[in-house]
Design a protein around this ligand. Structure first.
Ligand code: ASP
Length: 319
């Protein structure tokens, strides 16, 4: 039976060790991934567009304080939140992104607004917040984005004097504190054969100088093209930017005729890993095949298609 719709999502990749994850924390992550998967799958089952499915899945993850995006976004050096997001429609090739937004409750909605209501692709900082306000997207005061564990992570990072990638709850000893990543994202193929991808992040703890990672950069953190694949990345943004990861996978498929799995393997394991580009991605191709590759110890990930059951993974040894 061939797949008609498919959905995959991630909640960040990094050093996630089974030995140090508490049962309670693991249950909470898995439940949040399942809720987001259901939010997107509901759209696809009703013959809705892939674009709506990825937006709904990412919104669900942004609303969950466990993940480094939206509500759970990490703190900047100055103690603010600067969130990045992007979305791409594989049917039309249109894309939208925001970087450094501080007040938008769901940055992925702002990214979609840029795509659908402006002539631009990427808007940043106060201008992006202003556009969201003009279009009546829900905004929130700084307190909404305050989570104690993220605040504690900033204090630790300030002490170390380093910028850090964070993806989960600090104080839960489930990872090496120096190696943390986080971001959320989703990819989908809908019943009409259209693809879409969406990514949203708070970036890196203790980031400064208006640092922007790969997540809002079309081609690096996010890509969708009906002819090849849809991709959403998570990992050390500077490496993903330099390797133009998402578009590179699509190019390997388009110009070299590789399968999704093979193209992902080359980019994630052969190109990124040797240079220290830790992370992973979720991907779906035009036939509905799903790939969830990562070169880090773990990646919060989930997938579901109309022909396969729900898959939820956290560690490196699960399927
Ligand atoms: N890629 C994101 C960034 O560099 C962070 C992550 O995915 O962990 O901003």
């Amino acid at each position: 039976m061939s797949t008609t719709w498919a959905l995959a999502l991630h909640g960040g990749a990094g050093t996630i060790a089974r030995t140090s994850m508490t049962a309670e924390a693991e249950r909470a992550y898995r439940a949040a991934l399942q809720t987001a998967l259901e939010a997107g799958a509901e759209v696809l089952r009703r013959h809705g567009p892939a674009l709506d499915a990825v937006e709904m899945a990412v919104r669900s993850l942004e609303d969950c304080p466990l993940f480094n995006a939206g509500r759970g976004a990490v703190f900047t050096h100055e103690g603010h939140h600067e969130m990045d997001a992007s979305i791409m429609d594989g049917r039309t090739g249109l894309a939208g992104a925001v970087a450094g937004v501080r007040t938008v409750q769901n940055p992925i909605r702002a990214a979609r607004l840029v795509m659908e209501h402006t002539d631009h692709v990427l808007l940043a900082y106060p201008g992006a917040d202003e556009l969201a306000r003009q279009h009546n997207l829900p905004t929130q005061p700084a307190e909404y984005f305050f989570t104690q564990h993220r605040y504690d992570q900033l204090q630790e990072a300030l002490k170390e004097g380093k910028m850090r990638l964070d993806h989960s709850e600090a104080k839960q000893p489930n990872e090496d504190p120096k190696k943390k990543m986080g971001t959320v994202g989703a990819v989908a193929r809908d019943q009409h054969g259209h693809l879409a991808a969406a990514t949203s992040t708070g970036g890196m703890t203790n980031k400064r100088y208006s640092r922007i990672g790969d997540s809002p950069i079309i081609g690096s953190g996010t890509w969708a093209d009906n002819r090849t694949c849809a991709i959403s990345c998570t990992g050390h943004g500077e490496y993903f930017l330099r390797a133009v990861v998402a578009h590179d996978i699509a190019c390997l498929m388009e110009y070299r005729g590789l399968s999704l799995a093979e193209a992902c393997r080359i980019v994630v394991h052969d190109k990124l890993a040797p240079v220290g580009g830790e992370g992973g991605l979720v991907a779906v191709d035009s036939a509905g095949h799903v790939a969830l590759p990562f070169n880090s110890e773990g990646m919060y990930r989930a997938s579901l298609t109309d022909t396969t059951p729900i898959y939820i993974g956290v560690y490196g040894d699960e399927g």
